[in-house]
Structures are given as C-alpha cells and as structure tokens.
Design a protein around this ligand. Structure first.
Ligand code: ADP
Ligand code: SF4
Length: 704
C-alpha cells in the first residue's frame, strides 16, 4: 500500500534498500515486506479498543508488513494488574481485537498477536488466583509498582494441561478476531521462559532437568497452537536468549544453541530477543543501535524458518546489513515504529532523510509503567490517532492568513513551528541563541545523550525545507519588538530556569541556597567552571543529575552524588535506565548517598540529614550543584498579557505560552505542548479528546 501524501517526485528508492521490500513467507501466510512491528506494550487494553486499533492500524498504513499486539493474556491466571495489559479471555475481547485486525488488514499488512502467560511474574492482584510457576520460584521484582507478596504455586500435571488448553482456546479466539500470526511467548521471565531456565525450573518430572525436558512445555505450547489454528495461521515463537546463551551445554555451544536446535523447525517464525526490559529495550544512553546481535546472531544458522529481531533500528543501512549478513530475515521494530510509523514508506519513497528517528529515551516504556497509553518524545501523535484524530503525516490546511511568531526554538518552539507550518501558516521562529534547540544544545553534548540531538535535527531539517518559515537565531526579542512586529499570533516558548530551591522531607520548598559556590545546571550550560570537590544534589530524579555528575567526574573533578530518593536518578526506573545509571556512577568513582536532605553548606563542608532520622553526616565539598526545581522563564509572556490593549493595538489576536515556559517538564512534554498548540489552531473538534469505551456485545459473564 502506498499513500498519496508521499510524493515520489524527485525521489526514488535507493536500490540498495530494495531487499527490505522482499516478501517473506511465514508458514501459511506471506509478509508483504521485511518490516515487522514486533509485539510491544502500548498501554491500550480492551477498555480503549478504538484507540488501540487506530494506533496499530497506522503502522500498517505507514508500511509495516506485519503489525503485532503487545502481550495478550490468555487466562485470568495471567493477570498483570494494575498495568494496562490486554486480554483475550472471552468473546467480548474478540470484538475488541477484531477492530485492530481490520485496521491492520485495511493496509495489506498481516496482524500478529502475542499470546501470553506471565506465570510467576504476575501477582494476579485482580483475579486473586495463585500465580503459576514450574517450581515455586518467585520473580524478584524491584520496581515499587511491581512488588507483591504472593509467591507462586508449583504447577502439577493438571495445571500444565490447563495452560496448554487455554493457549489453544485463546488461539482459536485470535483466529476468529482475524489474526494471521499467533505467538507462543517464551521470554522476559514469563511462564514458558521459566520452564526453560534451570534456576526457575527445578522439576524432576518430564518437564525439568535436561534441556530437552525443559523445552518440552514450550514445544507443547507450539503444538497446542498449531493444532488449534495452524491450518491458516502462522505460529511464532518469541524467545529470550540472553541467559540461555550464557549457560554452557554438554553438546552445544550454549543452552541457547541447544534450545534453538531442539525447536528449530517447530515454529513458523523465530522472534528472538533479550531477557530483561533494560537490556531488551535499552536506552540509547547505554546501548547502541543493533545491540542484540551478539546474542541472537546464531539463530539463522540453526533454523530454516524466518527470524525476526530488534535493535532500535532506524537506519536503513543497518537494516539492510542485518539482512545481507544473514542475521535476520525480518527487521523488527517497536520504538522505531512508535517514533515514526511511516518509516518503511519513507524508505520506499527515497525519503529516508525525513524519518523521525527514535532517540532511545524510553519515555514510551515509562508510559506502560505509568499505566497509560503510549507517549513518545519524538512523535506527539502516538496514542492520539483516534482520541485526537492526529495523523503524523497528514495535516488540516488552514484558510487563515494569521502569521505566527514563536519566540524560543527549544523542543516546544521547534515542534509548534513545524506543525503550524505544515498546516499552512506563515511562521517566524526566533531564538536569542546562536543555535536553535534550546536546552537540548547543552544536554545532547553530555555523556550518552548525543542521540537525543535527533529531536533538533529532524525538526530543523524539515523547517529549512519549507518556504513559509523564517528562522532567526541570535535574535532576542523584547515586548516592544513583538508589538512592533505585530504578528497575529504570538507563542512564547522561552523555557524554564533551574533554581537553587531546596526541599523539606515533606517535599515543601524551603528557600534557596543563595551563597557562593552553589550552582544549577544552567550555570554549567553557560560554561561556568566550578571547583571541586563538588556535590551533585539531585531531587529532580530524572537523568540530568546523574549525567552531570558523570560529566564533572570526566573533567577530573572529585564528585559525590546525593539525593533524598532511594536511588540515583530515581525516576529512571521508569525508562529502564536505572541499573545502568548506578553502573556508570560506580564506574566513574562517584559515591552515591541516598535518602538525605541538603541541610547546610559552610566552610567547604556540606551537612546532609537523613530524611527519616535527621541524623547528620558531613561531606567535604567546595561546590554544590543543585538539580532540583525549575521555574518557567515566562517574564516575556507575563509582560505581554499584562497589557491587552497594547497587544490588541499591535494587531495581536492571541498570546500563548507552551513547553517549559508553561509547565516545566521532560522533552516529551515540551514537544507535546508545542504540537497541541499548533493542532488546536485549526482543529475541528470542540472537545478535549474523544473518550473510548469497551465493546460489550455479549452480556457480562464468567470467564473461562
Ligand atoms: P522548551 O523545552 O520549552 O522548548 P527550552 O528551554 O529548550 O524550552 O528552549 C527555550 C528557548 O527560548 C531557548 O533556546 C532560549 O534561548 C530561547 N529564549 C528565551 N528567551 C528568549 C527571548 N526573549 N527571545 C528569543 N529567544 C528566547
Ligand atoms: Fe523512541 Fe523515545 Fe519515542 Fe520511545 S519515546 S519511541 S524511545 S523517541
């Protein structure tokens, strides 16, 4: 399928990339190309089926040849509450999934479903069924939201037969919904994976002991699925190979080699991945594109079945290389397709320079942990396709002659400018700095964050192609300048400033630490040199405190890191980064002091009080870098709105503030704010967003 709003004029596909558009047979079905949106969490459930169908359908519209669901529970004994997981438990659920299948099929793609049983990794908080496991070994959850006190039961022979039956029944429902590829999911700590790993599986029956025995349950799940639907649907196996590859085997290179050999021709498709979310879906700060290769590179040598894998692939050269070197048959994408659902079509149209490349920030994963539909830093439309009728590549054209003046070219200003310009407005974007990009100019030069520069590059590149956009750098605008220019619509996107505010243990601001040798990230950005030893005191809790500690240590300063939270960069647990943050700080020789409040800074000595006991400890440090609260840089906005008569007289119809100037947040919030502002200039909707509701064709009743 190809969409008319991509012009072929002047563009042709690079012949080198043609291989990416080969058809690939998968059992009884055929993928129309090699772009495979692998299963990934969307935070969309049967409660919002239209939101989900629009989100998945758009990937097919963008050219992905296969589009999959995220994990779909086969039975109430696999209950991941309160996380927003999907289900296929009864016929009402079939209808909800059928909507997605229709949306995917409409564009000629195959629909896949990842049937899932969580085993010991779920706490069954809603169904209250004792969790299932091969040998009663619980899952060591460390995330507060995942912790639970219920340990799993040991499955007996009847339990094993029950799960096999539920898999078959769910497969039949999946086929009725219209899915073409049905998964058995043996990854990431879930039930079939627990059977494969010797530490989880200590059984002494036919399902435990040797690798051949441990593989039996997975094999039987594949057979149960094939018996149920194999005549017309492909059966895929998704498997994590990191841990297995690290285990030696008597007759094979590793247990991973042995497992793949034992199952080699059993599934119609191998979907291969890593074992834990932080390594499988790793942030760009810690892992490069294609980082799975050393674990999964052997699979194609053992099986004749097609193999799909991921690796945050955004470069068509990397993708082509994976195919040509015989690593993968299908290019798996989760984040790449969230950030740009139209990645395949852009490559096909020879417009790969227009790909909105994923930056690997993992805000998308944080939405799952937050329990809401997916949000993406690069793509503000992700999750809003149905709710707000936002299409990432289609825009309502304005009939208005209004000219826009946007002051501040950070993420918010750049996004507002781009979306307004795409809607046909005449846009002027002005920034006082030499370089456009706002806070990202500084932050993307910090350790590990260079990939985030794509936020600037994508937008600036697109803006420079448009003839209804004027870009002015080195242009600080005052209130009088703005009145004189007299654009009909003025948008203030002047960002926020870090403050020297401190917090009490009750999280109440308790004044600023205004004294010499106390700094904020803005001072570091301005190039101010600070003297060591330095304490980074972080209660922002996202990446910046940890990254700045690393940067200062790399400059040769003696650095300590302190926080009132229980971990360094505590919120990065949501983005899969926290284990690596701690690794980096440890490797850089930066001591981490947790659960403390900064009390005093006198005579090169810092007083830190334990947040629970108030017990004081002292630390020698000349300088303190406070990474804490931000305050909007909104004085320009306030002066403009304080005199409405003056703005009216200047012909200004509206003055708005967006991004950090409105409410300081992460880059994702600034981009969304800019996008939302621009879309609302021409929106045809009067409501905030459409509310989705479940589909209930049959009366509520007992589940299987
Ligand atoms: P956001 O994340 O909301 O986009 P940033 O802090 O990244 O905010 O960007 C704000 C931008 O606004 C910076 O590039 C800054 O140079 C610019 N800016 C601030 N005040 C002015 C002004 N008076 N005139 C022009 N540009 C300004
Ligand atoms: Fe990529 Fe970040 Fe978007 Fe996720 S949120 S898809 S990591 S850009």
């Amino acid at each position: 399928m190809f969409n008319s709003y991509f012009s072929f004029q002047g563009h042709t596909m690079n012949p080198h990339y043609e291989v990416l558009f080969d058809k690939v047979p998968i059992g009884p079905v055929v993928a129309p190309n090699r772009f495979y949106q692998v299963p990934h969490a969307s935070g969309m459930t049967e409660a919002n089926p239209r939101v989900r169908a629009a989100f998945r359908g758009l990937k097919a519209e963008g050219g992905w040849g296969v589009v999959s669901t995220g994990a779909v529970s086969i039975h109430p004994s696999s209950d991941d509450s309160p996380l927003p997981y999907a289900r296929l438990w009864d016929d009402n659920d079939i209808h909800a999934h059928a909507l997605s299948c229709d949306a995917i099929h409409q564009h000629g793609a195959l629909a896949a479903i990842e049937l899932w049983h969580g085993g010991a990794s779920v706490m069954n908080r809603s169904s209250r069924i004792a969790p299932y496991s091969p040998s009663g070994v619980g899952w060591a959850a460390t995330h507060v939201g995942f912790m639970g006190q219920l340990r799993p039961k040991i499955m007996d022979a009847t339990d094993i037969q029950d799960v096999l039956r539920w898999q078959g029944q769910a497969a039949i429902r999946a086929k009725k919904a219209g899915f073409d590829i049905i998964y058995v999911y043996a990854g990431m700590g879930y039930l079939p994976y627990q059977f494969l790993i010797s530490e989880y599986n200590r059984r002494d029956d036919a399902y435990g002991g040797s690798v051949a025995n441990r593989v039996r349950f997975v094999h039987e799940l594949i057979e149960a699925t094939r018996d149920a639907v194999g005549d017309s649907c492909a059966v895929a196996l998704r498997i994590s190979l990191e841990e297995l590859r690290a285990k030696s085997s008597n007759h094979f290179e590793s247990e991973a080699h042995e497992v793949v050999s034992l199952l080699s021709e059993a599934p119609d498709l191998w979907d291969v991945k890593m074992d834990s979310s932080p390594t499988d879906c790793s942030a760009s700060r810690f892992r490069p594109e294609g980082s799975h290769e050393s674990i999964i590179d052997f699979v194609k040598q053992i099986t004749d079945k097609p193999v799909v894998g991921v690796g945050r692939f955004t470069s068509p050269d990397t993708m082509t290389s994976q195919i040509n070197r015989g690593i993968l048959d299908l290019i798996g994408g989760a984040r790449a397709g969230i950030a740009d659902p139209f990645l395949p079509n852009k490559i096909k149209a020879g417009r790969e320079d227009e790909i909105r490349e994923c930056i690997g920030c993992n805000i998308c994963i944080s939405s799952w942990h937050d329990g809401v539909p997916v949000r993406c830093t690069q793509n503000a439309t992700a999750g809003e396709e149905w709710r707000k009728n936002w299409h990432p590549e289609k825009f309502n054209r304005t009939s208005s002659e209004d000219r826009l003046l946007i002051i501040g070219a950070g993420p918010a200003g750049l996004e507002a400018a781009l979306i307004a310009a795409k809607q046909g407005f005449q846009v002027t974007l002005s920034d006082q700095s030499k370089n456009m990009g706002g806070r990202l100019n500084f932050e993307t030069a910090l350790p590990g964050l260079s990939t985030w520069r794509r936020v600037i590059d994508y937008r600036l590149y697109a803006l420079k192609q448009m003839n209804n956009v004027d870009l002015y750098s080195n242009s600080e605008l005052s209130r009088d300048d703005i009145l004189e220019l007299g654009h009909e619509r003025v948008v203030i996107a002047t960002g926020a400033k870090w403050t020297k505010s401190l917090y009490s243990s009750l999280e109440i601001p308790v004044g600023e630490l205004n004294q010499p040798n106390v700094y904020t990230p803005d001072d570091i950005a301005a190039g101010i040199k600070i003297n060591g030893p330095v304490l980074v005191y972080d209660f922002d809790n996202y990446y910046l405190g940890g990254v700045l500690a690393e940067k200062l240590a790399a400059q040769g300063l003696s650095v300590s890191y302190a926080t009132p939270a229980g971990h360094a960069s505590a919120w990065t647990i949501m983005t899969n980064e926290q284990p690596f943050v701690h690794q980096n700080l440890e490797n850089a020789g930066i001591p981490v002091i947790t659960q403390v409040l900064l009390q005093s800074h006198e005579n090169d000595t810092i007083g830190l009080a334990n947040i629970f006991t108030e017990k004081l400890q002292q630390l020698a440090a000349k300088s303190v870098l406070i990474v804490g609260l931000r305050r909007p840089n909104d004085s320009l906005y306030q002066t403009l709105i304080s005199n409405p008569n003056a703005t009216l007289a200047a012909g200004i119809k509206s003055v708005d503030r967006i991004g950090d100037c409105l409410a300081p947040g992460a880059i994702v919030h600034a981009i969304y704010s800019g996008h939302d502002y621009a879309r609302n200039l021409v929106t045809t909707r009067s409501n905030l967003y459409l509310r989705d509701i479940p589909i209930a064709v049959n009366p509520p009743g007992a589940v299987i």
